[in-house]
Design a protein around this ligand. Structure first.
Ligand code: NAD
Length: 495
C-alpha cells in the first residue's frame, strides 16, 4: 500500500482525473498513522473547471428538469447509499477513526435525508399575492440559485454532505463538493453511486484538496450559494471572501453546548445523556455536550457517576464491535486536545477522570485520547469557552435556574443545549431562554431529517435539514402583470 496507495480521484464534469504527483496529499489512518490513500490538492484551474462543469450542467440539463425527475434520481441514489452503507461506514471509519457502527448509521441517515428532500423537490411553489392595485396580478416563483459550493468537515463526511447536497439537488442546483482533506474517502466513493443513480455529468462535481482549493472555490463569481461546515476561523474567512462577490453563505460552525442537569432530573437518564453527549463520538461533533452544568445539590453524585462511566469506556479499533471509542482523527487533533487538557489543569480545573493519551494493546501508533472529565471548571476559563472537539467534558455547578441559563448562554457559541428535568414548566421556560439553534429535553444528540438544525452567534447562520433547509438553495422572484388595457403614463400619476 505504501508504494502504490489507493488513488481517490476527483469528479469533474463526469471525468475522474488521475492524482497529479506534484499535487498529491497523503491520507493517513488515525488508527495506525499509515498512509491509506492519496488525493489531489486541486489546482485553481481544476476548481475553475469543476464550477464550469456545474454551470454547464445547470444551463443545459438540470435547470429544466422537473421536481419529479430530480426526486426519482435522488431516491435511486438513496437506495444505493443504503446498499453501500456498510462499505461507506467502514471506509469512513478507517479515514476518521469514528466507530464503524456510527459511520454506517450516518450513511443510512444520509440516505433518509435524500429521501426527505426528494419529497420536497416537486413542491417548490410560489404564491399569488393580492396587491393594493386591483388591476395588477402578482405572483412569486421560487428558483434555484444555480451552482452551489458545498464544503464539509472531516468528522461526519457523509452526513454533513447530505445536509447540503440533498436540499441543493431538490432545489434544482448543480454543485461542487469539497470534502476535508483529512477524511475525503467516503465522499470520493459516492462518485460512482451518483453516476449509477443516473445524475447527468456535472450535476455533482467533487474536488479534493486543502485551504487553497477551498479558497479558489469560494471566490468563484459563478456561485449562487456557499454552504460550509467547519471551524469558526475558516467560516469567518469564507464569509469575508464570499463578500467580494456577495455570494450568500450558510455557515455551520463550532459549539460549546451546555447539557444542564436540574435537581429534579431522572439521574439515570441524565448520566447516560451526559456521557453519550460528549463521549459517543469522541467529542468530535459540533453538537458535543462539552459543558455539563449541574445543580450544586447533585453535583457530587453526578461527577462520580459520569467519571466512573467515562473510565469504563473501551478504547480501540473503531471497526471492532467491542470498542466504545476510536482514535481522534489526526495527529494534529490529538496534539490540540492534549494541549487544551494541559492548559485546563494549569488553570485550576480539577481533573476528575482521564486526561491521558493511552496506547491500547497493538495500537501504539493510534491517535488516542482518554475520555476526560474536569470538575469545578470556572465559567470564564478557556475550557468552558473554547471548543475542544475531543473527549473532554467541563463540569460546572449552578445554584438556581437563572444561573444555569446565564452560564449556558455565556459563551460566544450558540449551537445546541440539553435540559434534564421532570418539571414540564421548567423545561419550556428554560428552552425559551436558551440562545441556540437546538434544545433537547431529556435526550441529547437526536437528529431527524424533518428537524431544522443550525446555530446562532459564532455557531453560524442558516439552517440544514427540515423544510427550512431548501430555502438556502432557492431565491424568490416576484412577477407583476398589469391586467388592464390602460396606458399608465408615469407623468400623469394622481397624488
Ligand atoms: P476546518 O474549518 O479546518 O475545515 C473544514 C473544511 O474547510 C475542509 O474541507 C477544509 O479543507 C476547508 N477549508 C480550510 N480552509 C479553507 C479556506 N481558507 N477556504 C475554504 N475552505 C477551507 O474544520 P475541520 O477541522 O474539518 O472540522 C472541525 C470543525 O467543524 C469544528 O469546529 C466543528 O465544530 C465544525 N463542525 C460543525 C458542524 C455543524 O453542523 N455546525 C458539524 C461538524 C463539524
Amino acid at each position: 500500500m505504501a508504494d502504490s496507495p489507493y488513488e481517490a480521484r476527483m469528479l469533474i464534469g463526469g471525468a475522474r482525473p488521475p492524482v497529479d504527483e506534484d499535487r498529491a496529499i497523503d491520507v493517513h489512518s488515525p488508527l495506525t498513522g499509515a498512509r491509506i490513500a492519496v488525493i489531489s490538492d486541486a489546482s485553481a484551474g481544476q476548481v475553475h473547471d469543476a464550477v464550469g462543469a456545474a454551470q454547464a450542467a445547470y444551463d443545459e440539463t438540470w435547470r429544466t428538469t422537473n421536481g419529479a425527475e430530480r426526486a426519482q434520481l435522488m431516491h435511486r441514489f438513496a437506495d444505493l447509499l443504503d446498499e453501500h452503507a456498510t462499505a461507506i461506514g467502514e471506509l469512513e471509519s478507517r479515514d476518521n477513526g469514528k466507530l464503524v457502527r456510527e459511520t454506517t448509521s450516518q450513511a443510512r441517515f444520509a440516505a433518509r435525508n435524500y429521501r426527505f428532500f426528494a419529497g420536497l423537490a416537486d413542491k417548490l411553489h410560489g404564491r399569488t399575492i393580492p396587491l393594493d392595485q386591483w388591476e395588477t396580478f402578482d405572483y412569486t416563483t421560487r428558483e434555484s440559485v444555480g451552482v452551489a459550493a458545498l464544503i464539509t468537515a472531516w468528522n461526519s463526511p457523509m452526513q454533513l454532505l447530505a445536509n447540503k447536497l440533498a436540499p441543493a439537488l431538490a432545489a434544482g442546483c448543480t454543485t461542487v463538493v469539497k470534502p476535508s482533506e483529512v477524511a475525503p474517502l467516503s465522499t470520493v466513493y459516492i462518485a460512482e453511486l451518483l453516476e449509477e443513480a443516473g445524475f447527468p455529468p456535472g450535476v455533482v462535481n467533487i474536488v479534493t484538496g486543502g485551504p487553497a482549493a477551498g479558497e479558489a472555490l469560494v471566490t468563484d463569481p459563478r456561485l449562487g450559494r456557499i454552504s460550509f461546515t467547519g471551524s469558526v476561523p475558516v467560516g469567518q474567512q469564507i464569509a469575508r471572501l464570499a463578500a467580494q462577490n456577495l455570494t450568500p453563505v450558510t455557515l455551520e460552525l463550532g459549539g460549546k453546548s451546555a447539557n444542564i442537569v436540574f435537581e429534579d432530573a431522572d439521574l439515570d437518564r441524565a448520566v447516560v445523556g451526559a456521557v453519550a453527549g460528549i463521549f459517543a463520538a469522541g467529542g468530535q461533533t459540533c453538537i458535543a455536550g462539552s459543558r455539563l452544568l449541574v445543580h450544586e445539590s447533585i453535583a457530587q453524585e453526578i461527577e462520580q457517576r459520569v467519571s466512573r462511566r467515562a473510565g469504563e469506556i473501551v478504547l480501540g479499533d473503531p471497526t471492532d464491535a467491542a470498542t466504545n471509542l476510536g482514535p481522534v482523527a489526526s495527529k494534529a487533533q490529538q496534539d490540540r486536545i492534549t494541549a487544551m487538557i494541559a492548559a485546563a489543569r494549569e488553570s485550576g480545573a480539577r481533573l476528575a477522570s482521564g486526561g491521558g493519551t493511552p496506547r491500547p494493546p497493538g495500537l501504539a501508533d493510534g491517535y488516542f485520547v482518554e475520555p476526560t472529565v474536569f470538575a469545578d471548571v470556572p465559567p470564564d476559563s478557556q475550557l468552558a469557552n473554547e471548543e475542544v472537539f475531543g473527549p473532554v467534558l467541563a463540569m460546572t455547578t449552578f445554584a438556581d435556574e437563572q444561573e444555569a441559563i446565564r452560564i449556558a448562554n455565556g459563551t460566544r457559541f450558540g449551537l445546541a443545549a440539553g435540559i434534564w428535568t421532570q418539571d414540564l414548566s421548567r423545561a419550556h421556560r428554560v428552552a425559551r431562554e436558551l440562545v441556540c439553534g437546538t434544545v433537547w429535553v431529556n435526550t441529547y444528540r437526536q437528529s431527524a431529517a424533518q428537524a431544522p438544525f443550525g446555530g446562532v452567534k459564532l455557531s453560524g447562520y442558516g439552517r440544514e435539514r427540515g423544510v427550512e433547509a431548501i430555502d438556502e438553495y432557492l431565491r424568490t422572484k416576484n412577477v407583476l402583470i398589469d391586467l388592464s388595457d390602460e396606458v399608465r403614463d408615469p407623468f400623469q400619476i394622481k397624488t
